[in-house]
Design a protein around this ligand. Structure first.
Ligand SMILES: *Cc1c(COP(=O)(O)O)cnc(C)c1O
Length: 410
């Protein structure tokens, strides 16, 4: 038997049925029509946002990174709960605006923005986080043609990275942002070209569970923003400090304690130098806000044996939940938290089972030799921590199965 990650503390069972947002998993499947189904509990998201606002300095803005989960009903709710959206494509920008987020609070990062995406950002009044000098030239030329003043921030590839980060986005050669040594020159050029310079975007990594590492990175980020602003000789209206707050997925992962991060950030902000006195500060989080709120429910089609090993075959798979199969940014396959939704809390059977998806490929493995209660055809398997990088981050077209259903609660 191999261990699995911890089930988030927001879930419980009633008479053997998994409850999500107080509703039984089986009735949620009835409501949505069928499995496979992603259920997102807005109550969990709201709890996370409350905890975050409580722990962070009062003046810190909270932005949501839309790529974590762009499901339209969820975005519409998020628009009323956070201070801004960060998007990473023209498509996400359109979704952010449709969700009702004011373009003045939308920033657009990401390498390889096409001219039509830059034009959409400029026309709508969103801020473009510039990824290169070439992108700056194109954005300014497009804005000139349209007779508009573009809002441009400079994304910096920091000269440090977030320690213990699951996915590094800074430090060393990167396709993201402009190297710290050239960032001040680019900002100066943007200002001299007459654009509305919005400040800095500095994102050093993702999925960190170490509060000290996150606090150190935030302090280093503010230090870098200070040096760069002084080199430009201009106060940045906004300093986007990035994010990187992680959530537990795997055995041994502990929930991040955000209070010391907020305390440390409060001290650093209190001591900031004059050039940052009037700046707004923001963090941008994706998975930390929505990841634990999601559960992927998938029905057991078949239970079979091979060479003494039991395989539980479900109607979902990596085409909806790639990350749980270990094929999205992880090196070693480890087990996500998994349960039998309709036998919730029942003791595990003697024999471990391997939960596989319905795709005809050996990589479609959702749980490797996990301990579950006895599983039969028709049972429902719940895979937790499915609220971020699930449906939209999986190869839905692979093998021609239908897309997953999605349901927002609360
Ligand atoms: C992906 C991304 C995020 C969100 O990362 P999470 O780990 O989900 O919090 C935030 N900012 C940028 C620039 C990103 O690329």
């Amino acid at each position: 038997m191999k261990p699995m990650g911890p089930i988030p503390p927001f879930f419980s069972g009633e008479e053997g049925m998994l409850l999500i947002g107080g509703c039984g998993a089986a009735s949620l499947i009835d409501e949505a029509g069928d499995t496979p189904l992603f259920v997102y509990d807005m109550g969990v998201v709201e709890q996370q946002i409350r905890a975050l606002r409580d722990a962070m300095p009062a003046k810190l803005s909270i932005h949501y990174a839309v790529k974590a989960n762009p499901y339209a009903p969820l975005l519409a709710r998020m628009a009323g709960l956070v201070d801004g959206f960060d998007v990473a494509s023209g498509g996400e920008l359109a979704r952010a605006l449709e969700a009702g987020m004011d373009a003045a609070h939308v920033s657009f990062a990401g390498p390889g923005k096409r001219d039509d995406e830059l034009a959409l950002a400029i026309d709508s009044g969103a801020t473009i986080n510039l990824e290169s000098e070439g992108e700056a030239r194109r954005a300014i030329a497009i804005a000139e043609k349209r007779g508009r003043r573009p809002k441009l921030a400079v994304r910096v590839n920091p000269d440090f990275d977030l320690k213990g980060s699951g996915m590094r986005m800074g430090g060393g050669a990167k396709p993201f942002g402009v190297d710290a040594e050239r960032a001040a020159d680019l900002a100066r050029w943007v200002i001299d070209a007459g654009a509305d310079w919005r400040g800095w975007h500095i994102f050093a990594g993702s999925q960190a569970l170490d509060a000290n590492a996150l606090a150190e990175t935030q302090a280093a980020t503010i230090g870098l923003a200070t040096r760069l602003s002084e080199a430009v000789g201009a106060a940045p209206p906004l300093v986007n400090l990035g994010g990187g707050f992680g959530i537990p997925y795997f055995p041994g992962d502990q929930r991040l304690d955000i209070r010391p991060i907020g305390d440390a950030l409060g001290r650093v902000l209190d001591e900031r130098v004059d050039i940052l006195r009037g700046s707004e500060f923001a963090i941008e989080l994706g998975r930390w806000l929505v990841g634990e709120a999601g559960v992927y429910l998938t029905r057991v089609i078949d239970v079979k044996k091979s060479q003494g090993e039991i395989f539980v075959v479900v109607d979902g798979g990596l085409h909806h939940q790639l990350a749980a199969s270990g094929n999205f940014g992880t090196v070693v396959k480890r087990n996500y938290p998994i349960a039998v939704a309709n036998r919730y809390g029942a003791p595990a059977a003697q024999e471990a089972v391997t939960v596989v998806g319905c795709l005809c490929t050996p990589i479609d493995r959702l749980g490797d030799k996990v301990g579950l209660p006895p599983v039969n055809e028709g049972d429902v398997i719940a895979i937790f921590v499915a609220g971020a990088y699930g449906a939209s981050a999986s190869p839905a077209a692979f093998l021609g199965h239908p897309p997953a259903h999605e349901l927002l609660l609360g």
